[in-house]
Design a protein around this ligand. Structure first.
Ligand SMILES: *Cc1c(COP(=O)(O)O)cnc(C)c1O
Length: 410
């Protein structure tokens, strides 16, 4: 190999040892350059050069592998893709500019006019907008069902159903679907099962091992974990990912190499973060359940949760999202939110900083009131994404929220 070719850094991927997820999160997919850097290199370059006109022609024709242009591929983005693919146990990952572009690109790549999708009612609000408004324009119809109800999924399937789409646990109520049973249903009808694994991450749940065909992430959430970057990723078998990649290459919702580098660093501490999120969330959920002004707490780790047993068996932890209904309505919920001082009022989640949001008027504000009611997003519901601050400090802050509600003139 000439020196210039060596500089193109086509170094083999981490050898396929039988490694556990915490190790994969730190080691998988790292490709070193000839500089032998210990930390992953950031290739902040939009394009790549060739040693000769002949090599340029071969690269463009696809005859020789290698980078051409960062809309197509970039070594830092590739390291992120290889790492998350290894963690999810998938053949290949395709990184995209955002979680939504990951969802939209998967649909554009794998669906066509005349196809039908069955989707959980309680998916991310914008996902509903994509199915109801945009895919419909291109002749793809969608039926919405209650996430945990297998019979509804089965009954909604039509001869032209091509995809089942879900998030489990769901946002914001933490409902859980049985991925294995849904995958059996999907396989028996030759339908793709797509799981948005944003809330659990591969540390707590690996849908591909349970029979799903495709896993999607908004990397913006736990994969980054510190609220810095927007990104998304799709993981699945080579054949399907080649279609998603083909759309990405032409359609262009590419992940920035800088963001990929941040996500690589985020993944390295994902294991410790997720376990700490789970521990803090469990303590806050139990504490909330004992508060007199609380009507109901929604957290998979509570025995009062309707799918507690399923969550216990399907996931290795219950995650960091805790939702609760306060006694009263929107006024009480807003008073509570405004009464907190430490917790951030923001719609983002999966951050080391604890956040609070009022789904009915923010994340689910664009969903129709009927659909919102059916999904259980009531006006007195609040969603907490429990971060990694001290639980004592968080409880004191939540207590300030309750005090603000109590102090309100009746
Ligand atoms: C945030 C989110 C998305 C959308 O991701 P973006 O990165 O904001 O585009 C999709 N699904 C779930 C479950 C999310 O929480």
């Amino acid at each position: 190999m000439s020196k210039r070719q060596t500089r193109n850094c086509e170094v083999p991927v981490t050898p396929a040892l039988d490694l556990e997820i915490d190790t994969l999160a730190i080691r998988a997919g790292h490709e070193r350059t000839h500089e032998l850097e210990h930390s992953e290199a950031l290739f902040l370059t939009s394009s790549f050069v060739f040693n000769s006109a002949e090599e340029a022609a071969e690269r463009f024709s696809g005859k020789s592998p290698g980078n051409v242009y960062s809309r197509f591929s970039n070594p830092t983005v590739r390291m992120f893709e290889q790492r998350i693919a290894a963690m999810e146990g998938g053949e290949r990952a395709v990184a995209l500019a955002s979680g939504m572009s990951a969802i939209v690109s998967t649909c554009i790549a794998l669906l066509k006019a005349g196809d039908h999708v069955v989707c959980s009612r309680s998916v991310f609000g914008t996902t509903v907008v994509i199915f109801e408004k945009y895919l419909k324009k291109f002749g793809v119809e969608c039926t919405f069902v209650d996430l945990p109800d297998l019979q509804q999924w089965e009954a909604a399937i039509q001869p032209n159903t091509r995809m089942l789409f879900l998030e489990t646990p769901s946002n914001p109520l933490g409902e859980v679907a049985d991925i294995r049973r849904l995958s059996e249903l999907a396989k028996s009808r030759d339908i793709l099962l797509v799981v948005d694994n944003c809330f659990c991450t591969p540390v707590l749940q690996r849908p591909l091992e349970l029979g799903a065909d495709i896993v999607i992430h908004s990397a913006t959430k736990y994969l980054d974990g510190q609220g810095r970057c927007v990104g998304g990723v799709v993981v699945g078998p080579n054949q399907l990912m080649e279609e998603v990649y083909g759309f990405l290459r032409s359609g262009g919702p590419t992940m920035s190499p800088f963001n990929a580098w941040v996500f690589l660093k985020g993944l390295e501490v994902l294991g410790v973060r997720m376990r700490a999120h789970c521990e803090n969330a469990q303590r806050i959920a139990e504490w909330l359940e004992a508060q007199p002004l609380v009507e109901k707490v929604f957290y998979g780790g509570l025995p009062s949760h309707p799918q507690h047993e399923l969550a216990k068996q399907q996931q290795s932890g219950f995650g960091g999202i805790v939702s609760f209904r306060i006694k009263g309505g929107r006024e009480e919920a807003w008073r509570f939110i405004n009464g907190t001082r430490l917790i951030s009022i923001t719609a983002n989640l999966g951050d080391v900083k604890t956040t609070i949001t009022h789904p009915a008027t923010t994340t689910h504000g664009r969903v129709s009131p009927e659909a919102r009611a059916q999904a259980g997003i009531t006006e007195n519901l609040m969603r907490l994404s429990i971060g990694l601050e001290s639980v004592t400090d968080l409880q004191e802050d939540l207590a300030r929220g309750f005090a603000a509600v109590q102090a309100a003139p009746k």
